[in-house]
Unconditional design. Structure first.
Length: 340
């Protein structure tokens, strides 16, 4: 929705000379004048003399707010016109072929009313669903073809998004053989490797309560895939819940992140973050749920050597990674180190 909205707003501005700005519902500027914030509770078309703008809300799932510079009948007419254009463009999604419709729905380019029309046209169930973001090597058409074989009925769907990215929408059913969406994602990664010889990575979104919220699940899946790749997690399957902490820290202003980082890791203790062997040992220990035996086995390291390193980390940082709360603090430190 947002890419379509920006394109249309730019076109209107270029052809009419009027200034149009786009904001999120919480007032963050996406396009145009960042120095003006929309009033609360915009619904329909309103002229706001305090800001000097005419405001209206889009019909898409995000509910973006648009502002046109000026308050008067001309601006009001443009607001109604632009709102109608956006509604008409979005409604075409309901008449799209199934695959293209799912693609636009997952990318958030359809209004809620049009998603309901699409659901009625293709008899899409009302139950919960989950989206997967898939990045795979090799020929994408082959990847999508294989994923499509694992659609349990006509509602599940695999669609291409770019040269190497695709999405898989799956409806959650109590009778499924997979214990969780992450379990199903692991199956997909294994199947692509065994059937096509393709290395794949999958981001797993949260379960959306209804089809209209599938775009939220896909955004989460896409974010999980990006963060999993960025933070070097293993296994090729990245669940959104595992990276909520990272997302929270990402959204903190950079100056505040630096302040927290300095408070958590002072002076010479920062040298630990440049010691690849020690840092790798710590990361492996955290990945193995603070299990000494499992970590030493995976690192091919004697138990006593591992204990020596954990003791050294404690001396350098004051954090005993064998203690859960200290382990959480250390995880926060490593994330902040990458962000700072």
């Amino acid at each position: 929705m947002i890419s379509q909205l920006k394109k249309m707003v730019r076109s209107v501005s270029e052809n009419t000379g009027i200034e149009v700005s786009v904001y999120t519902p919480d007032g963050r500027c996406l396009l145009g004048n960042a120095g003006v914030a929309p009033p609360a509770g915009v619904d329909g078309v309103i002229g706001d003399k305090a800001s000097g703008y005419t405001w209206f809300r889009t019909l898409g799932p995000e509910g973006y707010v648009c502002g046109i510079a000026g308050v008067g009948p001309v601006q009001k007419n443009y607001a109604f016109l632009l709102a109608d254009l956006l509604e008409g463009a979005a409604s075409r999604a309901a008449r799209l072929p199934k695959g293209e419709g799912i693609r636009r729905i997952l990318l958030g380019e359809c209004a809620a009313a049009d998603i309901r029309q699409y659901r009625a046209r293709y008899s899409v169930p009302e139950g919960p669903c989950v989206a997967f973001a898939v990045e795979a090597e090799g020929k994408l058409s082959d990847v999508v073809g294989l994923l499509s074989q694992y659609a349990e009925n006509g509602s599940d769907c695999a669609v291409p998004l770019s040269d190497k990215d695709c999405a898989f929408l799956k409806f959650v059913r109590p009778e499924t053989e997979y214990s969780s969406p992450a379990d199903f994602a692991t199956f997909l990664v294994r199947s692509l490797r065994e059937e096509l010889g393709v290395r794949a990575q999958v981001g797993v979104g949260g379960i959306a309560a209804r089809f209209e919220d599938a775009a939220v699940s896909y955004r989460q899946a896409s974010a999980a895939l990006r963060l999993g790749q960025q933070y070097g997690a293993r296994g090729g399957v990245y669940g959104y819940r595992s990276y909520v902490l990272v997302k929270m820290l990402e959204e903190i202003p950079s100056a505040r992140r630096a302040e927290y980082f300095s408070a958590l890791l002072e002076g010479e203790s920062r040298a630990l973050l440049e010691d690849e062997d020690m840092l790798g040992t710590a990361e492996e220990f955290l990945e193995n749920s603070l299990n000494v035996s499992e970590t030493s086995r995976n690192l091919f390291m004697h138990r006593n050597t591992l204990m020596y390193r954990l003791d050294k980390i404690e001396r350098m940082t004051g954090l005993d990674l064998r203690n859960f709360s200290d382990a959480v603090t250390f995880r926060v430190i490593t994330i902040l180190n990458r962000l700072v």
